[in-house]
Design a binder for this molecule. Structure first.
Ligand SMILES: [Fe+2]
Ligand SMILES: [Fe+2]
Length: 475
């Protein structure tokens, strides 16, 4: 089961050739996908040979193949993790019953919407990043961008397969729509608003892969617990790809900080102006980008109290990340103590049925995971001898949904007046000047081994290749 058939027009490990109807439907979708990729994918690099990895099997060691390919020739395919015999539903009211190999009628609409929403983010991010390659800080980074992009394209394949295989005509129509909506399109935008903002500088790209892809990781973790087994197995394999995206984000931001520290040591100051004159990004600016990206990603988990989340959990459609680590999988009568504003500038506790607080449970797991990189970055700063700490803002800061939505506060969570917030916004969030400075540093560096001045070179290359390897043959 684990081996992938690359002889087929559509590489797969789902024995696609045994289902002619499905195979034909997907082969019909394939050229449309390729049209979308060439029109909306990385602009200016379709003819370049890129050192990409391709899955050769779906187990953890399955990333065996690396080689130069032109992106439109990448072997996008359908890969599901191996089926676990006798798997049972791991949570909710159906706990312990056999998982579903087909979609139960009563959960059809909900599952379809979850799959479409997840599927929509995948091509959206490719579209958001389509111009980035033209300002890459190195060939190493250019290759990583493209690796992320082709894998997001494959994640679209993963969701389209589920729609085609399990949702009939409606699913096929939804699969078409996934190629018709476009990031930032006024008439037909992507579903989630975060995915309609262009990502046109590399600091934002690294923030996106650190914070937004990590949201993706947690959504996939919840869906990997699903009672709908094909969805679960699809998401399990996607998670192995997602790990690399977060590596790109964490090491990208880490290298930017490292470069800032080098300049701080050379100049003997942490004065932002001096750091910028030397062509690096000061730590205050990086902190403002962290505040911006972290706070916008928190909203992606949905409202703190949610009856939808409760019914997803009850029905077995969507679980908690790493469900196995919990003791109570039914969660029928436990309580979540949710902090809500008390109207006097403080927090009060509201007891919420745990099932209704599932979005918050997932968000808390996400926040904890976000700390991993910060701890590493702060170690770098401390080791360089500077007294500065990158912090995550309060989870109430700059929220658009939930009980703390639209309240004005410092990143620490301290409530302040709307006037004070407006006046001090530039301390908290990237300013026009910050963005303009970041943009001004975005100039392509495409000589093997050379790296832009605002970022340190990577510690090591890809797949044991040297750092100065020609990861992309730019034509
Ligand atoms: Fe993805
Ligand atoms: Fe991703």
């Amino acid at each position: 089961m684990a081996s992938i058939d690359y002889q087929e027009l559509i590489p797969n490990n789902v024995e696609l050739s045994t289902d002619r109807r499905l195979q034909r439907a997907l082969e019909h979708w394939q050229p449309r996908f390729l049209n979308w990729w060439t029109e909306m994918g990385p602009e200016g690099f379709m003819a370049s040979d890129v050192y990409l990895r391709t899955a050769t099997s779906v187990d953890a060691k399955g990333w065996a193949h690396f080689g130069h390919v032109k992106m439109p020739e990448y072997r996008w395919g359908i890969f599901l993790a191996d089926r676990e015999e006798n798997r049972t539903i791991g949570f909710g009211d159906e706990f312990g019953k056999p998982v579903w190999q087909d979609v139960p009628g009563e959960h059809r609409a909900v599952l379809r919407n979850l799959i479409v929403t997840q599927g929509d983010t995948e091509p959206a991010s490719v579209e958001q990043q389509r111009l980035l390659g033209q300002t890459c800080p190195s060939l190493y980074d250019l290759r990583n961008l493209f690796q992320v992009n082709v894998e997001e394209g494959r994640h679209l394949w993963a969701m389209v397969y589920l729609l085609h295989a399990h949702f009939g005509r409606d699913g096929r129509e939804q699969a078409e729509e996934l190629l018709m909506r476009h990031s930032g399109d006024i008439d037909n935008p992507r579903i989630l608003s975060t995915f309609n903002e262009p990502i046109d500088d590399w600091l934002s790209f690294f923030m996106f892969t650190y914070f937004t892809d990590r949201d993706g990781k947690f959504q996939l973790k919840c869906l990997a617990e699903s009672a709908f087994d094909p969805l679960s197995r699809t998401c399990q394999f996607m998670l192995t790809e997602e790990a690399h995206h977060m590596f790109v984000g964490e090491t990208g931001i880490g290298r930017i900080i490292k470069r800032a520290l080098e300049v701080m040591q050379e100049t003997g100051t942490d004065d932002p102006e001096t750091i910028r004159k030397a062509g690096a990004f000061d730590l205050h600016l990086i902190q403002r980008y962290v505040n911006f990206w972290f706070s916008s990603c928190l909203d992606l988990f949905g409202s703190e109290k949610s009856s939808n989340a409760a019914s997803y959990f009850a029905s077995g459609v969507k679980g908690r990340p790493d469900e196995a680590r919990y003791e109570d999988h039914i969660v029928a009568d436990s309580i979540f103590e949710l902090e809500i504003p008390d109207g006097n500038g403080k927090a009060a506790i509201e007891a919420v049925p745990m099932r209704n607080a599932m979005n918050e449970v997932v968000r808390q797991a996400y926040i904890k995971d976000c700390m991993v990189g910060l701890t590493r970055w702060n170690r770098l700063i401390k080791k360089a001898g500077f007294d500065f700490e990158i912090t995550l803002p309060s989870e109430r800061f700059r929220r658009s949904i939930g009980p703390w939505a639209n309240m004005t506060m410092e990143p620490t969570g301290k409530l302040i007046s709307a006037e004070e917030y407006e006046r001090r916004k530039g301390e908290f969030l990237p300013t026009e000047a910050d963005r303009a400075f970041v943009k001004s540093q975005m100039k392509a560096v495409m000589e093997p081994g050379k790296v832009a001045g605002w970022i340190a070179p990577p510690d090591r290359g890809i797949n044991s290749q040297p750092v100065d390897y020609e990861y992309v043959h730019v034509h």
